[in-house]
Write a new protein. Structure first.
Ligand code: PLP
Length: 443
């Protein structure tokens, strides 16, 4: 039995209400007895068993989102999950079982993808700075494609591949100089960003790559940024790239593959999320008819809405100026608010709290930084010591960005799958934080 409160869809600050946030997440429901549930599991039961803070991720949501992307794109567009969003082996296994490959940005991610059982042919290596050791690992594993981002990198990869007697299948990541209309820290396709090959150098470098030993250039790659909600920047970027494909082909080069990048945005604060159908339309309208093997690299769109961070209230603190809700989760767990001024929905887990009258509060963590803040002036009920809250849409760029700052142990991780749930990473004992410390003998 669901007990949804029925206030307006937004509160006076323009924030979505608790009811609207729950309604926007198919995996979430508020149960009159059990409180906030993720799929069929009460979050309070997880907190009782595992403690807090704990990351909780829904297997069904991961599967459903991958399936809806696949349905919109059709079988011919390869999906390489950008695993930097959430690289847990269980997440990788679920997405790989749904047919996704992986987009990796380091040797560590490549090793993780292989440990999760992803076939090397379904792995693409992106990133602005790959070491020779990482290149050698990628070639030894025989991965599907390496996206190269500079003339210098082409030279180094050619040398590594030649020395190994291998041929690297490469795409050139071009920078289309398009504004993705997103946060400055997650835009990657402007000329001033460090990413990709400058537009005016692209044709010349493609021709150059074809002359280098150990390299087989097969196409282009483009990734303009993250949390992109409008299709306009995608259309602008893909139209530019389509022109470059035609130019290269006219120059006698084979261009068979186009990696269209990731960046699809999700609804954190009631925005309309990027729709798979609209994205498929943008691909078709700009690249259809070019006879290219297309691939995409979504990270956030697949994993973000699947996960949340479950936290407990340590206490409220009322000053002459502000009301603070102090959580046991902090910026070392979920960095996005501090790093990107990101907004995350915060939903009380108790059904009584969810229906209680609310007033503005600043939601903060215990870390000794003013930046350790999850929300300002958020409408929340009075939350007593031990009250549980869920920070929503934390499945991407959440646990992977955690640190142990302030000697705080990493949070536990739990996977929910229907009515089943399991710990997928145990909360490490605090002494593991100094396990690798070495005190020199002279001390
Ligand atoms: C980060 C990244 C992605 C994924 O971005 P999302 O916004 O999470 O979809 C895809 N491709 C490359 C090259 C990236 O660096």
């Amino acid at each position: 039995m669901a007990a949804h409160p029925h206030p307006a869809p937004t509160d006076p600050a323009g924030d979505p209400t608790t009811a609207a946030l729950i309604a926007a997440h198919p995996a979430l429901s508020m149960h009159a007895m059990d409180g906030l549930m993720l799929d069929e599991v009460p979050l309070a039961a997880i907190a009782r068993a595992v403690g807090t803070p704990t990351w909780v991720i829904s297997a069904a949501t991961l599967r459903d989102r991958l399936a809806s992307l696949r349905a919109a794109l059709g079988p011919d567009v390869a999906i390489h999950y950008a695993m930097k969003a959430n690289d847990h082996l269980a997440v990788l296994r679920i997405l790989a079982a749904g047919g996704a490959g992986a987009d990796v940005v380091s040797g560590g991610e490549l090793a993780r993808a292989r440990a999760a059982g992803i076939a090397p042919g379904n792995i693409v290596f992106s990133g602005v700075g790959k070491s020779r050791a990482e290149m050698a690992l990628a070639l030894a594993e025989g991965i599907g494609q390496i996206n190269v981002e500079s003339a210098e990198e082409l030279g180094r990869l050619s040398a590594v591949a030649s020395a190994m007697g291998r041929t690297a299948t490469v795409a050139l990541r071009v920078n289309p100089d398009v504004d993705a209309d997103t946060h400055a820290k997650i835009t990657t396709g402007k000329a001033e960003n460090k990413f990709g090959i400058a537009w005016e150098d692209a044709a010349r470098l493609y021709a150059h790559a074809a002359t280098l030993p150990g390299l087989a250039p097969v196409g282009l790659a483009v990734h303009i940024g993250s949390q992109i909600l409008s299709m306009a920047p995608y259309r602008a970027a893909y139209a530019r790239v389509a022109g470059l494909v035609r130019e290269l082909r006219a120059g006698g080069h084979a261009v068979t593959h186009l990696d269209c990048g990731g960046g699809l945005g999700i609804s954190y604060r009631g925005e309309t999320e990027a729709s798979p159908a609209a994205f498929a339309g943008a691909l078709r309208s700009t690249l259809g008819g070019l006879d290219l093997a297309l691939s995409i690299e979504p990270g956030r769109w697949l994993a973000g809405p699947a996960g949340l961070l479950l936290a407990s209230v340590i206490q409220e603190k009322q000053t002459a100026h502000r009301r603070f809700v102090i959580l046991d989760a902090a910026m070392n767990d979920l960095l996005r608010p501090a790093l990107y001024e990101a907004w995350h929905g915060i939903v009380p887990v108790s059904p009584i709290d969810a229906l209680a009258p609310s007033s503005p509060a600043d939601v903060v963590g215990p870390v000794c930084e003013s930046g350790d803040s999850f929300a300002l002036g958020r409408l929340l009920p009075r939350l007593g010591e031990g009250a549980l809250v869920a920070l929503l849409d934390a499945g991407a760029y959440g646990s992977v960005m955690s640190s142990s700052y302030n000697a705080r142990a990493f949070a536990a991780q739990v996977l929910v799958d229907g009515a089943k749930w399991a710990i997928i990473r145990a909360r490490p004992p605090v002494d593991t934080l100094w396990e690798q410390d070495i005190c020199p003998a002279w001390l």
